[in-house]
Design a binder for this molecule. Structure first.
Ligand SMILES: Cc1ncc(COP(=O)(O)O)c(C=O)c1O
Length: 405
């Protein structure tokens, strides 16, 4: 029997094992998950909140159990499929869209000084913690689209820097986003920008976190949508409902270097077959659900229009942005009253997001809530006076745009 200072070593080991132990599942875990799934169906705050299904996990459990740093089989097969689907030479799996976007930019940018040009509303410009400056030391130029919807070649030309003058930071990448706020970037405009960029030696990156929605809505192949770009990042944990995962695609040399940066940034993956199999399940089973998601978003938009709310940004895919002030309503009171319903609705501000687990009933309950609140305001004497200018200077889109690529 081993002993240390007269104390039994096995007893000490057992003590440490007891300290290390971690019982994180609640006694009511299954019921908690069921409740969570119901609440997700009544939440309009994001499509990242979708819950993995038992069917998805059953499929994922059959995945290979290898270590991806040593080329795990399920992940390699998934990456090969994604390269083929997008028409690129190679693909690499990432834990998040932010990681994939940032490593894509870092991989393209080689010799400073350099700049990245993007839509000022883009995720890389607003919501990646200033990552482009931090990881790549790059100047990022956010351009406001003159039509309020998507960047045009003329917008790009007005801000791109092609000069080699020592005072400037030359644009090396144009990074576009499709969809952006749920709106579809017209493909002919993307091609115009891409031709111009490539003729000037500028790389094209696409944050296609929700490119699936464009393909599903317009019937355009993923390959065609990716064609104008040198690199594309596509997420599985948003509209497609996988728990984790983003793929980055590009040419073989680009992906080889991106994999190096992924390792350098601590993103080397191990037994991730369960994750990539979940993403494959999402492609097989959830992608076909997207047209119905878009139809539900359009139903909400039409309901809001019928009630007299203003639509800021139309439901071209899964999101609609609205302004309830013509009804005398504010976002805060709508969210509070939604949360107080016997079957609560979870609402944020102007953005309503529909996802594959949103219940149709929740959409109708939301419209009913707006109707009730508007009637209460009217009864209390509220009369809408149209402001001279658009509310908040919003770039309003009052008429639903037909989805067009
Ligand atoms: C357009 C877009 N790109 C990138 C991301 C980042 O993805 P992640 O949250 O996985 O880092 C998001 C997140 O919602 C997004 O909406």
């Amino acid at each position: 029997m081993p002993s240390v200072n007269g104390t039994d070593l096995n007893a000490k080991r057992a003590q440490v094992a007891a300290q290390v132990k971690c019982d994180i599942l609640t006694a009511t875990q299954d019921a908690d998950n069921d409740a969570q799934r119901i609440s997700i169906g009544r939440s309009f705050i994001s499509d990242t909140i979708t819950a993995p299904t038992t069917e998805m996990y059953a499929y994922a459990l059959k995945a290979s159990v290898g270590d991806d740093v040593y080329h795990e089989a399920t992940t390699s097969a998934f990456e090969a499929h994604m390269a083929q689907l997008t028409g690129k030479e190679a693909a690499l799996f990432f834990s998040s869209g932010t990681q994939s976007n940032q490593i894509a930019l870092r991989t393209h940018l080689t010799q400073p000084p350099y700049a990245v040009l993007c839509d000022e509303r883009a995720h890389i410009n607003q919501y990646e913690a200033g990552g482009t400056a931090f990881h790549s030391g790059a100047h990022q130029v956010g351009v406001q689209p003159s039509n309020g919807h998507h960047l045009t070649l003329e917008d790009v030309e007005s801000r791109i820097v092609l000069s080699e003058d020592v005072h400037v930071s030359p644009t090396r990448i144009i990074s576009l986003e499709n969809t952006l706020n749920g709106t579809i970037f017209p493909q002919d405009e993307i091609i115009r920008i891409s031709k111009f960029a490539h003729s000037n030696g500028v790389k094209m990156h696409l944050d296609g976190a929700r490119l699936w929605h464009v393909a599903a809505e317009t019937g355009t192949s993923v390959k065609e949508l990716c064609e104008p770009f040198d690199s594309v990042s596509l997420c599985f944990s948003k509209g497609l409902g996988a728990p984790v995962g983003t793929i980055l695609v590009g040419n073989a040399e680009f992906i080889r270097k991106a994999k190096w940066f992924r390792k350098l940034f601590g993103g080397g993956m191990r037994q991730i077959g369960v994750l990539t199999a979940s993403c494959a399940y999402a492609l097989n089973n959830h992608f076909p659900l997207l047209p119905a998601v878009h139809a539900l978003a359009q139903r909400i938009e039409q309901g809001l229009v019928d009630l007299g709310a203003v639509i800021w940004s139309s439901a071209e895919t899964c999101m609609v942005f609205y302004d309830p002030s013509p009804l005398g309503l504010e976002y805060g009171e709508i969210a509070d009253r939604g949360a107080a319903l016997p079957r609560p609705l979870i609402l944020g501000g102007s953005r309503l997001v529909v996802h594959i687990q949103t219940s149709t009933e929740a959409a109708e309950d939301f419209l009913e809530l707006i109707k009730t609140l508007a009637e209460e305001k009217k009864a209390a004497g509220f009369v809408y006076v149209k402001p001279a200018k658009n509310v908040n200077g919003a770039r309003s889109i009052y008429v639903r745009r037909k989805s067009k690529v």
